[in-house]
Ligand binder design. Sequence first.
Ligand code: MLT
Length: 275
Amino acid sequence: MPVVKIIPAQSLVTDDLTLKDKNVVVVDVLRAASTMLVALSNGAKEIIPAESTNVAARIARGSGKNALLCGERNGKIVEGFNLGNSPFEYTKDAVSAKTLVFSTTNGTLSIHKSRYAKICIIASFLNFSKILDYLEELNDDFIIICSGKLNNFCLEDFVFAGAILNVLFKRNRNKNYYEISDSELAAKKLSKIFAFESGNINSGKILEMFLLCEHGQYLKSLGFEKDLEFCSKLDTYPFLPVFNKGVIKLRQHIEEEENKKKTFKKINLKDIPEK
Ligand code: MLT
């Protein structure tokens, strides 16, 4: 039976090798994971996550004209950066064909800590069903890492993790589909309260939770109330961002690139004249 673990805050991953060779789901529903998904869906070429703003600036400098510096500290755009962390900034016009070098307070730390993982996918309510489909297809152990807030627990990521488990169990008729323990049990129960109505996951309930939780209230105080509504919607961006070899790209683009390489190799071999 596959084993599922939820890590309730990224700060609990203290050793670089904890996530090595593991299947990892990084969650930061408010807002990094949601914003990255929107950026890639709107045509960004790739996202390079950086663990600090200085590292981000250095990477962007070496990445040429097509790179944009993106992200936030305490919810606000960083001085000298091109874009902040609101999904509304990441329009087609702003990001198409660009490399985004991204640094955020919590989300990019989780991603950075997953750099030795076997697979790492980036999850939010906006691609909820895509994450579920992928995990079902994977049919293996996985770890959900909740980014949390300022090295602490946050309600919204933990509830998201619980919601994923609830629906996975429901899809598999609640049999002992995965092995879970206390954190996972708690997340499942909590998500029923904060994200479900009449047995189904519900955007309205998620928005209510966002308006109640610490980070949601903080974002509202900064004038980002619209972001809360945007990030509460289910399955509006049905794509799968994958962190692989230091960059985040949509799974379909990674597969297209691999297929192109294969075709290219075939043509090359055929074209070599026999001696
Ligand atoms: C983060 O990574 O800490 C967040 O996404 C914060 C934010 O809402 O901008």
